[in-house]
Design a protein around this ligand. Sequence first.
Ligand SMILES: Cc1cc2nc3c(=O)[nH]c(=O)nc-3n(C[C@H](O)[C@H](O)[C@H](O)COP(=O)(O)OP(=O)(O)OC[C@H]3O[C@@H](n4cnc5c(N)ncnc54)[C@H](O)[C@@H]3O)c2cc1C
Length: 420
Amino acid sequence: MNASKTSQAAKRQEIDLAAEAARGKRTAALAHPATLEALARRADAVAVVAAQYATAVDTDSRFPAEAITAARGQRLMGIMVPRELGGEGAGIAAVTDVCYTLGRACGSTAMIYAMHQVKVACVVRHGKASAWHQLLLRRLCNEQMLLASSTTEGQAGGDVRNSAAPIMRQGSRITLERQATVISYGEDADGIVTTARRSADAASSDQVLAVFLKPDYTLERLAGWDALGMRGTCSAGYRLVAASGSEQLLPVSYETIHTHTMMPYAHMYWSAAWTGIAASAVDRARAFVRKASHRAGGTLPPGAAHLTRANASLRALRALLSDAVRRFEAAAADAATLESVDFQTGMAMLKVNASELAVATVMSAMQACGLSGYRNDSEFSLGRHVRDVLSSPIMISNDRILANAGMAALINGAPASLHD
Ligand SMILES: Cc1cc2nc3c(=O)[nH]c(=O)nc-3n(C[C@H](O)[C@H](O)[C@H](O)COP(=O)(O)OP(=O)(O)OC[C@H]3O[C@@H](n4cnc5c(N)ncnc54)[C@H](O)[C@@H]3O)c2cc1C
């Protein structure tokens, strides 16, 4: 076989393995309803702890240590990892359900879990050819490690597809020093998965993805995190200085990782966390309307129409997300589809649409509750929900995504069938 055929075969094998991992097919264990039910019970147990500490986490803007300890106790950190490496081979639908369940309890816990799982997905799907990353996945399951993410750099905002700081090489060693504007739970993570320019003479878009474990790096705090919402994510800014062996770079270009995994998984898992926040707001609004109607001898309060609206937008949000998960699972084996403009635009727009629907749902729930939702000292308070969900349009700005997708809107006409 010549070199080009070998590399084509390797690419094909990587795509097949990635597709299997995406569907959780290699380890059909979690496709079994009883196993899924057991996973739901484990997620519920973590949600109970997350809900108990959600107010304190939000008030003190602190890491949700109790909830993450509970998630580790339920062995939820490595569920996506294939069974042969010590995980459970969970597919996307199972993980989005966990994010959703946690989102109903504590937005920060859900977002931390979602961000961690996006990083795990990148390693699972693109680290197959690397002994170091296979070992990492084993360790991740054994030790229930928590991985953080660093993509935002300097003043570049959410421009994930360009990096400034380069990987510097000396023999088999690499170093990286980057101004990491935001690293959620950076100080509490066991490792950081970061984008970087491939080398000092590479273009800013020629990127790699590196995994550094805690002993490999230092974090010097450059900015704190006193934010409106998602306060428990502790998304402070740091100067990240890292050194390791070069085998810690994922053996696939970041361009491929971004297109096949990072962007779609981030948008699905983040959206699941926001859907959980929205569902929790609707539950509170429902409880408020029930109580008000009971007090009024069965007459619905005037704000009840907003509950109807909140329910409808939550339903649309859930349908949007589950459709995206189905579409991804169907396309996971097909690199051409994954990389197509139509598919990429759909996955990018999932984030825009899900964030808009999540905000609309929470605002409708707030209007249904009126002053009781607006107050911080009421059993129906929606203050934390509103503040948390308002992070969704800016976490990679919707404006940036819409601007990037602008040209794609010119290419394809409307589908011929409603079911395309
Ligand atoms: C809760 C939370 C947790 C986060 N955690 C992490 C993390 O762990 N690691 C990490 O690396 N990052 C993290 N981020 C940062 C995130 O990934 C984005 O980088 C960040 O939200 C973008 O910030 P920005 O608004 O300053 O930047 P920008 O994207 O530059 O946006 C700035 C402004 O410019 C506008 N704008 C930008 N581009 C365009 C355009 N093309 N057309 C029109 N208008 C445009 C936007 O509307 C916005 O008002 C987190 C963010 C949040 C909210």
